[in-house]
Ligand binder design. Structure first.
Ligand SMILES: C[S@@+](CC[C@H](N)C(=O)[O-])C[C@H]1O[C@@H](n2cnc3c(N)ncnc32)[C@H](O)[C@@H]1O
Length: 177
């Protein structure tokens, strides 16, 4: 028990964020931002205990959802959940996001912190194909203009930001393609 807690705390220090899951409302807002007919690979960047990735998998049955998570216990929990009650188009991989390629992703979903987003943003800009979606729970991507902001009805919850990689120019993300 204590070992598990120490492991979670240790990886919180390494990643800079605890494996706090999205709230039910946060999940619903993320889901609402994604078209149900989405195909191809959807990456959940920092999938924690797996609840959001599984909800995305159910929302987009034609997509293949890959949740990347570094912290071992949440990752193991998500894998166990998948084993017990599988969502067929979802898988979890224990990997550092900084080593993950986003080249094949049709969409990225995340609930991270500003520093991690700042670090990943240039890679998303370079690697994500035109038309790809990025859905960020709570945090805006600095310098990007969202296509849509899904605001919760209650002020206590945070908004969800939807971005689309423009078709024409990827140097500046200030238009929706
Ligand atoms: C706030 S939690 C969100 C969990 C889940 N996405 C959700 O919304 O329910 C953020 C997760 O991102 C993971 N994370 C942060 N930086 C990471 C990195 N570089 N590589 C892999 N996972 C990372 C953390 O371990 C944590 O579990």
């Amino acid at each position: 028990m204590l070992g598990g807690m120490l492991l979670i705390v240790g990886y919180t220090v390494v990643t800079g964020i605890s494996p706090l899951p999205s709230t039910r409302l946060g999940q619903e807002l993320v889901i609402a931002a994604l078209p149900a007919e989405l195909e191809g690979t959807v990456i959940e960047a920092g999938s924690g205990w797996g609840g959001l990735a599984r909800a995305v998998g159910r929302r987009c049955p034609r997509a293949r959802v890959i949740g990347y998570e570094l912290s071992p216990l949440p990752w193991l929990f998500a894998c166990l959940l998948q084993w017990i009650r599988p969502v067929p188009n979802v898988e979890f991989r224990r990997r550092d996001l900084r080593q993950v390629s986003f080249r094949d992703a049709r969409a990225v979903v995340c609930y991270l912190h500003l520093e991690a987003i700042r670090e990943l943003e240039p890679r998303w800009r370079r690697e994500l194909p035109a038309g790809a979606l990025v859905v960020s729970n709570t945090f805006r991507i600095p310098g990007w203009q969202p296509c849509a902001v899904h605001r919760p009805p209650v002020r206590l919850d945070a908004p969800v930001y939807l971005y689309r990689i423009p078709r024409a120019c990827r140097a500046r993300l200030d238009v929706c393609g």
